[in-house]
Design a protein. Structure first.
Lengths: 284, 254
């Protein structure tokens, strides 16, 4: 039987070119796909420019400081290692909260979890507990290896170490809860905040150099961060052998404020999620 | 003894200009299996989510077991449970780990014994120690069902309980739910657009369209009322607007 065009059904879709082994058009299709994905998430766009800028600022201040204080590290051996290990406490504490929370979003678990008697504040306490454990698991091996490799023990800071650790931990919790709230509200497109927000604070926290290295107009920013007091306190112990209770009190007071704001932000995001149906419809 | 387990009055959910649920009223009797039936976007899942407290209504009241769900959900949730194909179980956890976690969340006295009992009932013992990501869709459905029955709920909410299951597994799930209800006197409220499932399992149906309950009754009663042979034909009559009810989604902005 011969089929006429009418009886053959709808006309076939016309192809621009015959199928090829390698098609630039298909490559372009995939590029387009990734551009659409990138364009749909403002945090991802921001992140592209963000890392080079933060690195540039941080290393700019480090260079500036050591250009005029080249013998500084000699005065207290291990000051950079100690700073790095304490900075990691802040970083791990923050990640411990936000990554644990995002695990629930990645596995689309929130609908089941909050259909149980679980209260949001109980979830917050669970996240903080896990953050503490994850930080210990992350930081203790590195601290012990620093003794083996570089003969530097952060434990020589003594009792102040506990205070520094606790303050950085609480600050990390506050940021982690804030990030979790943002991710709950705006979806997983904002997940990179878990990494980039904390690093934005590094140049202003005086991790590897004193706060006085920063330009005067940045001092209020630095002194609004509990981490700045901790790193100044650490250097006071290492260089002068004194424990500055005033720095500790300022860090603890700021931390009380920030943890309250962090918990508040998370609970507010949770309420908004319940209003908008986000607990059941979380996706990228 | 209270005969009404769920009482909903003037329940409304609005997302911006879209009215997802439009001032619905209904009750669910103890020991019944009731279906919320409707097409995609009819408001079934939204209604279930509001009953669970996962979604806050714009207005209206929800009373479950005599408690105001909007104010005292923590008192009610231990007696409820929920399953949905749209909520996953964590893939990297084993089945046992998942059930242990939920056992704690529901405050079970003897989680280990309960898991063993469910494992035997639902034939999941052989994969209790496997990660859920390695399981088939049918196996995952049984795990979700085990999670949903873990606290022996007096009220079980199910969102499309047999979605994406083959007919054999779907039939097995329906049979198990029927036995559970008979054995425990529990109340089941399910959302579905599977007419056969609703006809076989439920003693009452509420048909939703555009966020409103447009018909309700027993499956056989509705079939008789519309003079049709199956519930599916009744549903098509309603969804194709042969009853004069507005079909389009209500947009306040229009």
């Amino acid at each position: 039987m011969t089929l006429t065009p009418d009886s053959a059904g709808p006309a076939p879709v016309m192809l621009a070119a015959a199928p090829q082994n390698f098609s630039l058009r298909r490559v372009w299709a995939m590029v387009l796909r990734y551009i659409y994905l990138l364009r749909s998430s403002w945090p991802r766009m921001l992140e592209l420019a963000y890392w080079p800028i933060v690195q540039m600022i941080l290393w700019g201040f480090i260079t500036q400081f050591f250009a005029t204080n080249s013998s500084w590290v000699m005065q207290a051996s291990g000051v950079l290692l100690g700073a790095m290990l304490l900075w990691d406490v802040l970083f791990r504490a923050q990640l411990g909260v936000s990554l644990s929370f995002m695990e629930e979003m990645w596995s689309r678990q929130l609908g089941y979890l909050f259909a149980t008697p679980l209260r949001p504040i109980e979830h917050v306490f669970a996240l903080l507990t896990l953050s503490f454990l994850r930080t210990l698991i992350g930081v203790i091996p590195a601290s012990l290896l620093a003794i083996v490799f570089y003969k530097y023990s952060i434990f020589t800071l003594g009792l102040p170490l506990v205070v520094f650790f606790a303050n950085l931990m609480v600050m990390g919790w506050a940021i982690g809860l804030f990030v979790s709230g943002v991710v709950l509200r705006f979806g997983l497109g904002a997940e990179s905040m878990a990494w980039f927000l904390i690093f934005a604070l590094a140049p202003f926290s005086g991790v590897y150099y004193p706060v006085s290295t920063l330009p005067a107009w940045l001092h209020p920013v630095a002194w609004a961060l509990p981490s700045s007091y901790v790193f100044e306190g650490m250097r006071a112990v290492m260089f002068q052998g004194v424990f500055r209770a005033d720095l500790l009190a300022a860090a603890a007071a700021l931390n009380l404020l920030y943890i309250a704001l962090g918990v508040g932000a998370f609970l507010l995001a949770f309420r908004i999620a319940r209003q908008r149906g986000l607990l059941l419809e979380i996706n990228e | 003894m209270q005969d009404t387990v769920v009482e909903v009055r003037g329940l409304t959910k609005r997302y911006g200009p879209v009215l997802a649920v439009d001032s619905i009223d209904f009750t669910v009797a103890r020991g019944s299996t009731t279906a919320l039936l409707g097409g995609n976007g009819a408001g079934k899942t939204t209604t279930l989510a509001m009953l669970l407290g996962l979604l806050l209504p714009t207005s209206g009241s929800i009373t479950i077991f005599g408690e105001d769900m909007l104010r005292h959900r923590q008192r009610v949730l231990p007696r409820m449970n929920f399953s949905s194909p749209y909520v996953d179980l964590p893939g990297r956890l084993t089945v046992r780990e998942i059930l242990v976690v939920y056992g704690h969340l529901y405050g079970l006295a003897d989680t280990r014994a309960r898991i063993a009992s469910l494992a035997a009932d639902l034939f999941i013992a052989e994969f209790l120690d496997r990660q859920t990501r390695t399981l088939s869709a049918g196996q995952k459905t049984r795990i979700a069902l085990a999670k949903a029955l873990l606290n022996r709920p007096d009220l079980l909410l199910l969102d499309e309980p047999t979605a994406s299951l083959d007919p054999d597994t779907g039939d097995w799930v329906r049979g198990y739910l029927r036995d559970y209800r008979r054995g425990t006197g529990a109340t089941i409220l399910l959302a579905s657009h599977n007419m056969t499932e609703v006809e076989r399992l439920c003693d009452r149906v509420m048909i939703l369209r555009a966020g409103r309950i447009v018909e309700e009754g027993s499956p056989s009663g509705l079939i008789e009322k519309f003079g049709r042979a199956t519930l599916e034909e009744v549903f098509l009559d309603i969804s194709r607007d042969r009853t004069g009810v507005e079909t389009s989604r209500i947009r306040l902005a229009q």
